[in-house]
Ligand binder design. Structure first.
Ligand code: AMP
Ligand code: GLY
Length: 421
């Protein structure tokens, strides 16, 4: 197949590496990509957020399947433009992508579909925020309604801080004050063709910048998959995944279909396993980053076939995706100053030595090639991904590879997957 992948992160590199791993040979194109992706795909200079430019290229380039990585092209209506021209695309249209773009939309769909989630109050003024904080009690959770690149949420026991956070977003619209949910977090992905859903294997993301979950929220500093502790609680991973498929994914997909906005693409369920059961904290309308980097290397079936089946409404005929027993761990390397003010333009060294560690590969994010050398161009620079037969082995390999890489001021967590070793 001729496949076009939109985006430029480590998630997109992971998708492309999975396509490359298949027995079938594909011609893979990426827009805009990065230095690492450029070694595994042909880079295109088209704007991934421009529906007309993407659709025109897909037609003229005889593309068989477009895979949309990040949320920006979804919200810009790129999937709609492709579907209008009958090009198979993995990614929801603008209307269904609101499941990620608007927390109020997501809450309304969950209510209508009877999906378990925290209680939430939609507050339009300081007075309404104060009343909701008092009603729901501490710890307080306040969320901006729209896309806020991971900065829109505060979780705090400090009522004044919660109120101040709400006040920074109130001028642009209402905020959500939510019940605090206690328990471990799980990211679970579902492929959907608008009607049928197929689950992938769960992963856990480390969202805070520092070891021990200290410091600010980030886009994600590491991940591991699978989650052995789910077995203790639910009997097996399959039992957990089946429960979430039944109680969360299928009702949401049915509800969106009934509303005339079918969801074709990846449904990302952000879950908290509470004492009272599994509850949704958020949905995303795309693959998670960095979770994808540990989920896809474990996928046994050809990714392109699954995504094409979702894009063309034939997922019902596809078997449930299978995953290897090997485990995967990823550690994110970020630039100095990330997430507030990352310093770009510094050289990266030791990449070949890192990739030479057994079981290790690199997924590039913010990298560019200049005069034959690779430099960091932004916040999250790259992912070191390690596979192994145990978490102890995968973790040891990942950190050995991280130790080979040089980046002045580079930051990474040293405790990824510690809790499962
Ligand atoms: P979100 O942008 O909704 O994923 O929120 C970012 C992070 O805030 C989540 O990964 C959780 O760690 C935390 N969070 C969000 N909502 C809640 C909640 N209701 N209770 C506890 N923690 C939450
Ligand atoms: N890892 C969190 C996200 O992709 O939103």
């Amino acid at each position: 197949m001729r496949i076009l992948v939109l985006g430029s992160g480590a998630r997109e590199h992971a998708i492309i590496l999975a396509l490359r791993d298949e027995a079938a040979h594909h011609e893979v194109f990426a827009a805009p990509g990065n230095a690492g992706i450029g070694r595994d795909a042909t880079l295109l200079e088209i704007d991934p957020d421009d529906p007309v430019a993407v659709a025109d290229y897909a037609i003229s380039g005889s593309i068989d399947l477009v895979i949309i990585g990040p949320e920006a092209p979804l919200v810009a209506g790129v999937a709609d433009a492709l579907r209008e021209r009958a090009i198979p695309v993995f990614g929801p249209g603008k209307a269904a992508a609101q499941l990620e773009g608007s927390k109020a939309f997501a809450k309304r769909v969950m209510d209508a579909a009877g999906v378990p989630t925290g209680r939430a109050v939609h507050a339009h003024s300081r007075a309404e925020v104060e009343a909701a904080l008092d009603e729901l009690g501490a710890p307080h959770v306040v969320k901006a309604d729209g896309l806020a690149a991971g900065k829109g949420v505060i979780v705090t026991t400090d009522r004044d801080a919660a109120l101040a956070h709400a006040e920074t977003y109130l001028p642009t619209g209402p905020v959500l004050v939510e019940e605090f949910l206690a328990g471990p977090e799980v990211s679970l992905f579902f492929l959907s063709d608008g009607d049928t859903v197929r689950p992938l294997s769960p992963a856990q993301d480390y969202k805070r910048l520092g070891d021990g979950d200290a410091g600010p929220n980030t886009g994600g500093m590491g991940a591991y998959s699978p989650l052995p502790w789910l077995d203790e609680r639910f009997g097996s991973e399959t039992a957990f995944v089946d429960l979430v498929t039944r109680e969360v994914a299928e009702p949401v997909i049915r509800q969106l279909d009934a509303e005339g906005t079918p969801f074709i693409g990846l449904l990302y369920a952000g879950l908290i396993v509470t004492e009272q059961g599994v509850k949704v904290i958020e949905f995303n309308a795309r693959f998670g980053d960095p979770e994808t980097q540990v989920v896809l290397p474990r996928l046994v079936d050809p990714l392109s076939e699954l995504l094409l089946a979702a894009a063309t409404g034939t997922l019902e005929d596809a078997p449930r995706p299978r995953f290897a027993d090997t485990v995967a761990v990823t550690v994110v390397l970020a630039s100095e100053g990330y997430p507030q003010a990352p310093i770009a333009g510094r050289p990266l060294g030791g990449l070949d030595a890192a990739a030479a560690v057994e079981g290790v590969h690199l997924a590039h994010a913010a990298t560019a090639e200049r005069d034959g050398a690779i430099e960091a161009t932004g916040g999250r620079v790259l992912n070191v991904v390690a596979r192994g037969s145990s978490f102890r082995e995968a973790r040891e390999r990942a950190y050995r590879a991280v130790g080979e890489i040089t980046l002045e001021g580079g930051q990474h967590r040293t405790d990824i997957a510690d809790r499962v070793v």
